[in-house]
Design a protein around this ligand. Structure first.
Ligand code: ACO
Length: 435
């Protein structure tokens, strides 16, 4: 454990002479963390933190977020620099291995990923079991979970080589699985991957091409896709990553763990927000309806949220939102889309919300999902694909975090405690005596 035990906090239990001295752990950056593991032994009490807003569940060297300053670092490198200079495949190497690759290492890594892009031919049959209108995330939960039934040779989680191959398989096959989910929806033939194309390019190829004619991927769209993938690659201990870690803590195989992560990502409070943003913009329909919509959002009884706004950690602008907002303008410009009504509506909504006391007081700013849907729509993706694309990009983060967890000697099965507020122990009452 990297935390030093030089500082500590002492907690005393009112009405007793008992106390517990808890060591403080210091990370490289960020707030210190109190190691509460001895608290129950010393004082017989647990801690209560629904939603884990104040709980560090693991030690990690992968991603750092400073929510007050709007900072996001992958292995120490600012997201802005990676977005400008790097590629998704290089970021994948960085997240998995901790350092930026030398040119030969990058080539080898890319080759390792690309040679696993095909799916076992039997998996094609799987798709036929779904309804044609199946949501791509439903297909992805099922197909990714099923991978564990096909790749028995890489299921030994205690073997580093097995873990490496499983990671390659997952990163490589996700674009194929997602593209095929779309092809199945629209009734077009599945396109096999092309390993001569880059990662994002290959995805766009499988998504758009048909066997009947040649297809050239638009380089502007390939670069935008690559950028979106970089921005979504990891985000420390968010809900889906924590789900992957929790599933993995039981010793479950990596394919099952990533399927669990996909399920967790799907919800509208997390990765499903990008799809929800577009639905919301469509519902608002026009700039003149914004005030009425915001009144509804502020009415607690309505349960309506301004989708794409707010974040558990960012209490300042989400740095990914800034990058994607700029990319959004560039892509729309390069595609010759002028005055996109959805973008105009989003910009106006953002402007009004950022000056509204409700949002200012609660430090609610646009998150990455506020703009990702608009750019993805302009790139020709149906809304139902948005979260699936997020899952493709996040797989590298999930698998990096999963590997880190497996290698961490401190990790134990994830098993939270509770404060029980149900009935106290009582005796069974026979049916005739129940009042
Ligand atoms: N619209 C309206 N009010 C909001 C919103 C929102 N989008 N987000 C938070 N609030 C309000 C809450 O109602 C609460 O108000 P209160 O103090 O009067 O009760 C206050 O702001 C604090 O919010 P919490 O719910 O405590 O914040 P939490 O950290 O639990 O939730 C979350 C964060 C889930 C992201 C929330 O902001 C949200 O639902 N946003 C919309 C969905 C979204 O965009 N999700 C994507 C997140 S980014 C990602 O996963 C990639």
């Amino acid at each position: 454990m990297s935390g030093s035990a030089k500082r500590s906090i002492t907690i005393s239990l009112d009405g007793t002479n008992k106390s517990s001295t808890l060591p403080l752990m210091d990370g490289t950056i960020g707030p210190a963390v109190a190691d509460i593991r001895r608290l129950y032994g010393d004082l017989g009490i647990f801690t209560y933190d629904p939603g884990y807003g104040a709980t560090a569940a693991c030690e990690s060297k992968i991603t750092y977020i400073d929510g007050d300053e709007g900072v996001l670092l992958y292995r120490g490198y600012p997201i802005e620099q990676l977005a400008e200079h790097s590629t998704f495949i290089e970021v994948a190497y960085l997240l998995m291995n901790g350092e930026l690759p030398k040119p030969t290492e990058l080539k080898e890594f890319e080759f390792g990923v690309l040679r696993h892009t095909m799916l076992h031919e039997q998996i094609r049959q799987f798709y036929n079991g779904f309804r044609r209108d199946a949501h791509p995330m439903a297909v992805m939960c099922g197909v990714v979970g099923a991978l564990s039934a096909f790749y028995h040779d890489s299921l030994d989680i205690n073997n580093p080589e097995s873990r490496r191959i499983s990671a390659f398989r997952l990163i490589a096959k996700m674009p194929t699985i997602a593209a095929w989910a779309h092809k199945y929806n629209i009734g077009q033939p599945f396109m096999y991957p092309r390993n001569d194309l880059g990662y994002a390019e290959n995805f766009l190829y499988m998504f758009n091409a048909v066997p009947a004619e040649p297809f050239k991927v638009n380089p502007i769209l390939a670069r935008a896709m690559d950028l979106i993938m970089i921005l979504h690659a990891d985000h420390e201990q968010n809900a889906s990553t924590s789900t992957v870690r929790l599933a993995g803590s039981t010793g479950a195989n990596p394919f099952a763990c990533i399927a669990a992560g996909i399920a967790s990502l799907w919800g509208p409070a997390h990765g499903g927000a990008n799809e929800a943003v577009l639905k919301m913009l469509a519902e608002i329909g026009h700039v003149r309806n914004i005030p009425e919509f915001l009144s509804e959002v502020k009415d607690k009884g309505s349960h309506t949220k301004l989708m794409g706004f707010g974040h558990r950690v960012y209490k300042n602008y989400d740095p990914r939102a800034k990058i994607i907002q700029k990319a959004c303008h560039e892509v729309l410009g390069e595609l010759g889309i002028k005055g996109d009504p959805l973008l105009d509506l989003a910009l106006e909504l953002e402007k009004i919300a950022l000056n509204d006391k409700y949002f200012v007081d609660r430090k609610l700013y646009p998150n990455v999902d506020f703009y990702s849907g608009i750019i993805l729509k302009a790139m020709g993706f149906p809304t139902s694909m948005f979260t699936a694309l997020f899952a493709v990009s996040r797989t590298v983060g999930w698998i990096s975090q999963w590997s880190e967890m497996i290698e961490d000697p401190e990790q134990r099965i994830g098993r939270p405690r509770q404060i029980y507020t149900g009935a106290a122990q009582r005796d069974y009452v026979t049916p005739g005596r129940r009042g």
